[in-house]
Ligand binder design. Structure first.
Ligand code: ATP
Ligand code: MG
Length: 367
């Protein structure tokens, strides 16, 4: 799929802007804080309804504005398509249109403009805490499987309500009567998440291992391990088995959860680790090994999406190339010969041989 043009209104630091893009490489240059990352964020959001950095929709709306609008024309599934989002401040729900028809959920636009974002923080994702790794996996899996996206939203909603009960039950003991209902639902939806994740990590690990092997000359044996709730003996087990194992686990933590006032266990604590020849990257990986593995994971994510949708997803490289040594830069660039790519960087002229250059200054295009 290719994003042919994009119009933004009051999105981040953009007032009103209209852009056209190349089907190949688009280089977005500009000084710091001019709006380069905001532009990549807009492209990612247009296709997924998710931001890789905003916590709340309101952050995406230009300071002082009431709403933001994103519109894009896309060539996907062998035809012209259009996507449009209107985002509001406060609690008013956002609106989505695909080809002029209003849609209820982001899942209904899946596959029109999937994207993979790669930024410098991702290079260290295998070394940080578990939360950025979960975010990495969730962003990828939500785009691949709209049903996963819906389940995750539901899980987080129940989790938030359960946390509220756990916090308030001292003052309002009657709340405890409804806790089993929340637990049951949490285990049901949680089992579904584990089931999706097990399959996703299996394919991701296989694809990433192939890239890693190419890059490192096959010297290291790459393996990805999905880590979930300890009572789950096999994440590939039928969903009902997973559900009852989660339920057992919750029961054994019941008292501790009441005492601590928070939800202690469940797939919201899931993680994954990569080992090279049996040695955990998280604990022992060198910086170079960690970076190469992260690049392999991102390329793998792109490959899984290409396989799922039959077309290359859009690749968004935010400042990442300038962070890489020439060998790793070449490796990434050689892998992205096809498909549409957006690359941001601060130094004009650095990668200009690659394609069209768009220069951004204070939320405006100057070239
Ligand atoms: P760098 O090279 O440092 O990464 P950048 O060009 O990627 O810079 P962006 O992250 O896109 O910069 O941010 C540009 C500016 O947008 C920042 O100065 C930020 O304060 C501003 N900004 C972010 N959100 C909003 C918003 N909701 N309304 C107005 N301005 C915003
Ligand atoms: Mg930036």
């Amino acid at each position: 799929m290719k994003l042919e043009s994009l119009q933004l209104q009051d999105f981040r630091n953009y007032g009103e802007i209209s852009l056209t893009f190349e089907p190949g490489v688009n280089l977005i240059v500009g000084d710091n804080a001019q709006g380069k990352t905001n532009l990549l964020e807009a492209i990612g959001y247009l296709g997924s309804g998710k931001s890789f950095r905003a916590q709340k929709t309101g952050e995406l709306i230009r300071f002082g504005a009431d709403f933001a609008q994103l519109t894009g024309q896309v060539e996907a599934q062998n035809r012209q398509q259009s996507l449009r989002w209107v985002l509001f401040n406060g609690s008013r729900p956002r609106q989505i249109w695909r080809n002029g028809v209003k849609k209820k959920t982001a899942g209904e636009i899946a596959g029109v403009l999937p994207s993979v974002l790669f930024c410098p923080e991702d290079l260290m994702v295998l070394k940080t805490g578990a939360a950025p790794r979960r975010r990495f996996a969730d962003l990828a899996l939500c785009q691949l499987r709209p049903n996963y996206d819906a389940a995750l939203t539901e899980y987080n909603r129940i989790l938030e309500q359960k946390n509220r009960i756990l916090k308030d039950h001292h003052e309002n003991p009657a709340l405890l009567a409804i806790l089993p209902e929340y637990d049951a639902r949490l285990c049901q939806v949680g089992a579904l998440l584990i089931s999706y994740r097990a399959r996703f990590f299996q394919s991701l690990g296989a694809a990433a291992g192939a890239y890693h092997g190419q890059f490192s000359g096959g010297a290291e044996d790459f393996s990805l391990e999905y880590k979930t709730v300890s009572s789950v003996t096999d994440p590939f087990a039928p969903v009902d088995t997973l559900r009852s194992q989660l339920q057992d686990h919750l029961q054994s933590h019941h008292r501790a959860e009441l005492e601590s006032g928070q939800c202690l266990t469940g797939p919201h604590k899931d993680d994954f680790d990569i080992s090279l020849s049996g040695i955990s990257l998280k604990s022992f990986g060198s910086q170079g090994q960690t970076r190469t593995a992260a690049i392999s994971l991102k390329l793998a994510q792109r490959a899984l999406m290409a396989k799922e949708f039959g077309e290359e997803p859009v690749l968004l490289l935010d400042d990442v190339l300038s962070e890489l040594d020439p060998g790793r830069q070449d490796f990434v660039l050689n892998q992205i010969e096809s498909g549409q790519v957006f690359i941001t960087c601060c130094e004009p002229g650095r990668f200009t041989k690659l394609g069209k250059t768009i220069e951004i200054k204070k939320g405006n295009v100057i070239a």
